[in-house]
Design a protein around this ligand. Structure first.
Ligand SMILES: N=C(N)NCCCC[C@H](N)C(=O)O
Ligand SMILES: O=C(O)CCC(=O)C(=O)O
Ligand SMILES: [Fe+2]
Length: 330
C-alpha cells in the first residue's frame, strides 16, 4: 500500500546494468543497493525516476521531436492511420476518443502493441490481432520508434531483474511462463495546451488523462521537459507532481506486478493535467507479462505478507482486453 510520499525518488541503476550478464549479480554490493532502493520506491510510491539507464539523451529527445512533428500535422493526415477494432486497436486516436472512468481524455495518441498474428492466442487475443500502424510522415518515425522500442524492452527487463532480486533474491522470477516472452504496449501521446480551448479546438475539460493505474508490470515514461503535468496520488489522496527531470524515465508499477507481489508493491493511481500554455508530448512504454500468463501472488511475496494470498489470480491478456474494449466506444 502506497505511503504518504511527498516526492518521487530518483534511482541510478547503472550498477545493475553493469552486472547485467553476471550470473552472480544478486550477490554484488552495488546491485543490492539498487535493489534496495527499487524495493523501497515500489513499496512507498509505486513510482520512481531512473537515471544511469544507458539510453542516449539524443534518442530520448529525437523520439519526442518526431512525436511533436506528427501531432503538428493536419487531422486528415494523422487520421490515415486511424485506430479501430479492425486494426486491433492500433493506430491514431483523436482528442477525446480515449475514455477514462467514463470521461473523454483530452489527449491524442498512437497506440502500439506487440504484434499478434491470427490465432496466436486463440479467442483471448482475437481483438488485439494485428500489427502496428506507423505514419509515413515524419519519414523516419517508424525506424526511430522501433530502435527505441528495442532498447526499452531490454531496459525494462533489466529493471525487472532488479525488482525480482528485491522480491525473491533471484533475478529470474519474471522469466519463463510469467514474463519470459513479454507482451508490450507503447503509447505516443500529445496533450493540447489549455489555451487551445480558446481556438478552434474547444477542450471539453482539462483532464489530459483521467486517474488510472497501468495494467502490466512496469511503465517507463519519456515525458516532455519543462511541463509539469503527470500527477501521482499518495495514500491520503494528495496529488504529487512527477516534475520532469531531463534524461530520466518516470517508472511505475502496473496491476500485474501488484498481484505478483501480493500487494507489497502498489500500482499507484496517476493522471495527467496539462495546465501549461504549451502542447505536451510523452511516450509511455509498458512492459507486460506473457500475453497468456496466469498471474498470481508469488510464493515468496505471500510469505512476506502474512502467509495469505490477498490478490486474485488474473490472466493478463483478459485484463488488457477488458481495459482496451472499455477505453473506446466504437
Ligand atoms: N496501456 C495503458 N496502461 N494505458 C493507460 C491508459 C490509461 C487511460 C485509459 N483510458 C484507462 O482508463 O485505463
Ligand atoms: O503522459 C504521461 O506522463 C503519462 C501517461 C500515462 O499515464 C499512460 O499513458 O498510462
Ligand atoms: Fe498510466
Amino acid at each position: 500500500m502506497a505511503s504518504n510520499f511527498k516526492t518521487i525518488p530518483i534511482i541510478d541503476i547503472s550498477p545493475l546494468l553493469k552486472k547485467r550478464d553476471d550470473p552472480n549479480m544478486s550477490e554484488d554490493k552495488g546491485v543490492l543497493e539498487v535493489c534496495n532502493l527499487l524495493d523501497r520506491a515500489c513499496k512507498e510510491a509505486g513510482f520512481f525516476y531512473v537515471k544511469g539507464h544507458g539510453i542516449p539523451d539524443s534518442l530520448i529527445n529525437a523520439v519526442k521531436d518526431v512525436t511533436r512533428d506528427f501531432f503538428d500535422l493536419p487531422y486528415e493526415e494523422k487520421n490515415k492511420i486511424k485506430l479501430s477494432a479492425v486494426t486491433g486497436y492500433r493506430g491514431y486516436q483523436r482528442i477525446g476518443e480515449n475514455i477514462t472512468l467514463g470521461v473523454p481524455d483530452m489527449h491524442e495518441a498512437i497506440d502500439c502493441y506487440r504484434e499478434v498474428t491470427p490465432g496466436m492466442y486463440g479467442a483471448l487475443g482475437k481483438s488485439l490481432e494485428g500489427s502496428n500502424m506507423w505514419p509515413s510522415n515524419p519519414s523516419n518515425f517508424k525506424l526511430l520508434m522501433e530502435e527505441y522500442l528495442g532498447l526499452l524492452i531490454d531496459l525494462s527487463r533489466r529493471i525487472m531483474q532488479g525488482i525480482s532480486i528485491a522480491l525473491s533474491g533471484s533475478p529470474n522470477m519474471f522469466e519463463g511462463e510469467r514474463a519470459g516472452d513479454p507482451f508490450w504496449v507503447m503509447r505516443i501521446i500529445g496533450y493540447p495546451a489549455l489555451s487551445d480551448s480558446t481556438n478552434a479546438m474547444k477542450l471539453d475539460n482539462d483532464i489530459g488523462c483521467g486517474a488510472h493505474t497501468d495494467y502490466g508490470l512496469l511503465t517507463l515514461v519519456n515525458q516532455d521537459d519543462d511541463i509539469t503535468a503527470l500527477q501521482v496520488r499518495n495514500r491520503s489522496g494528495e496529488w504529487i507532481s512527477a516534475v520532469p527531470i531531463p534524461g530520466t524515465f518516470v517508472c511505475n508499477i502496473g496491476d500485474m506486478l501488484k498481484i505478483l507481489s501480493n500487494g507489497l508493491y502498489e500500482s499507484t493511481l496517476h493522471r495527467v493535467i496539462n495546465s501549461s500554455p504549451k502542447y505536451r508530448v510523452s511516450v509511455a512504454f509498458f512492459l507486460e507479462p506473457n500475453f497468456d500468463a496466469a498471474i498470481e501472488p508469488l510464493e515468496c511475496c505471500v510469505q512476506h505478507t502474512g502467509g495469505i494470498a490477498k490478490l486474485e489470480r488474473a490472466v493478463y491478456g483478459e485484463h488488457l482486453v477488458r481495459k482496451v474494449l472499455t477505453n473506446f466506444i466504437m
